[in-house]
Design a protein around this ligand. Structure first.
Ligand code: CMX
Length: 435
């Protein structure tokens, strides 16, 4: 099998058979309970959707198709996307990867109208708004929409969805780099270089000077690490819900990324570096542990969250934080921002633990997780290599997360998941009916 399309053609009948078997054998079994607290609590813990691309274990973190993230740290993003889709790791010289890279070369050109739209936007637009606008405006090119309009069969929906996914992924680094260069007045756009991999191409198109090639390495790692986080997080769940109405990949991914742009989700990475830099400015360099402790308490007592810490599912240090920390220790151990992030990691979990106990005494709920998530450490690495505009960081996250959202979309089209429609109830209904 030499292409992703052919590989999926082989796999999808197996997935369909498995789905039918599971439904036949376990269709009426209960997956989980839903309590009133869970319904008010963002449906946390309710098992109500299926996602095969990855799983997040509270005590282990991200596991992609059965592989714990830190065991596959060295994958390039092309390999990650193929793994998410097929469940298999292909070597870089495997025909599947080679063909996929050629497909990206073929599909990577950004249409002129996208630049025109970006250039017409207000110069103080948020980079996430620019990215999402750029994605939406390309919707007119959707293969899925064209195929659906022609009356394609339901069982073939995945074919044109994969086609849209490959085009969107090929264009995303160029689009995201254009947003960067335009928004921060970096000069002319830099275009895709055929033959160069996805991560290095993105690094190159941003125009960050990279004489050692370390920035390209960081970009590959960054794009690999942010790829997916199972199905229920805001961006994946939104993309899934919008896609379940058979909106095409451009609509669905843009919708998901609008969710990623929220400060409790992907935007936390810009907030996080901001918090660290303010800390350094306040103390004129890398602060002491005592200074970090006092500032963290000030943030909490002002009713704000410490960005980059806590998680809806994780209950340990996020392996993505661990992986970025490893990269930092290898390549930029003496960088003052990285050193501050590392020191914050020594202090903040204990602060959150103490603060959580205070909250409980005051009759509030505890903080469920004191440990750093993905957003706590990545910004310091980007900052070191000269990508200092931290309002832009969620765009990098988005380019990567599109891989997870799109592979989930293809999977759902392939197995024929129904339109999303959970049941809501009113407060009056609860008062009358729940005993
Ligand atoms: N600082 C201060 N308070 C925190 C906290 C933090 N880092 N993490 C959780 N809490 C608070 C919550 O705000 C909540 O308070 P209220 O009851 O007063 O509203 C309480 O602790 C209980 O929350 P939880 O059950 O521990 O966490 P949730 O599942 O509700 O929320 C998350 C998870 C990530 C939104 C939260 O930990 C947070 O806001 N963290 C900081 C922002 C952040 O880093 N987000 C990025 C997450 C990763 C990603 O999606 O990209």
């Amino acid at each position: 099998m030499a292409t992703l399309q052919e590989k999926l053609q082989e796999l999808i009948p197996q997935w369909r058979t498995e789905r039918a078997k599971i439904l036949k054998e376990y269709g009426d079994k209960e997956l989980s309970k839903a309590t009133v607290t869970m319904a008010f609590g963002g449906m946390r813990g309710i098992k109500g959707m299926i996602c095969d691309t990855s799983v997040v274990e509270p005590d282990k973190g991200l596991i992609i198709r059965g592989y714990p993230l830190l065991d596959i740290m060295d994958l390039w993003p092309e390999q990650t996307f193929c793994l998410l889709l097929t469940g298999k790791i292909y070597d870089l010289d495997d025909p599947i990867i080679k063909n996929y890279q050629k497909e990206m070369d073929r599909r990577s050109q950004i249409p002129q109208y996208v630049y025109d739209v970006l250039e017409a936007m207000p110069r103080d637009s948020h980079p996430m708004c620019m990215l999402n606008t750029g994605i939406l405006v390309m919707e007119k090119e959707s293969s899925f929409r064209a195929a659906y309009t022609k009356g394609t069969k339901k069982e073939d929906y995945w074919v044109s969805t994969l086609d849209d996914s490959m085009t969107l992924l090929a264009r995303l680094p160029g689009l995201a780099a254009a947003v960067y260069r335009l928004r921060y007045e970096k000069g002319d756009y830099i275009h895709w270089t055929p033959g160069l991999d996805w991560g290095a191409n993105y690094a190159n198109m941003l125009g960050i000077s990279d004489p050692t090639g370390e920035f390209a390495k960081l970009m590959r790692l960054y794009l690999h690490f942010h790829c997916d986080h199972e199905g229920g997080n805001v961006s994946a769940n939104t993309c899934h819900t919008v896609g379940s109405a058979l909106s095409d990949a451009y609509y669905a991914v843009s919708a998901g990324l609008n969710g990623l742009a929220g400060p409790l989700h992907g935007l936390a990475n810009q907030e996080c570096l901001g918090w660290v830099l303010e800390l350094m400015e306040k103390f004129g360099g890398t602060p002491t542990e005592e200074q970090i402790r006092n500032t963290a308490f000030e943030t909490l007592r002002a009713g704000q969250v410490v960005p980059g810490y806590g998680h809806a599912v994780l209950r340990v240090t996020d392996p993505r934080f661990t992986g970025f920390n490893k990269f930092g220790k290898q390549y930029l151990a003496n960088d003052p921002v990285f050193m501050t992030v590392d020191r914050v990691f020594n202090v903040v979990p204990k602060v959150l633990e103490e603060y959580s106990a205070e909250r409980v005494k005051a009759g509030k709920g505890p903080i469920a997780n004191f440990w750093p998530n993905v957003d706590a450490g990545s910004g310091a690495l980007l900052y070191h290599y000269g990508l200092t505009e931290f309002e832009y960081y969620t765009v990098l996250f988005s380019v990567s997360r599109a891989m997870g959202m799109l592979s989930q979309l293809v999977w759902n089209r392939a197995v024929g998941t129904a339109i999303t429609r959970p049941k809501s109830v009113s407060m009056e209904w609860i008062t009358k009916n729940v005993k």
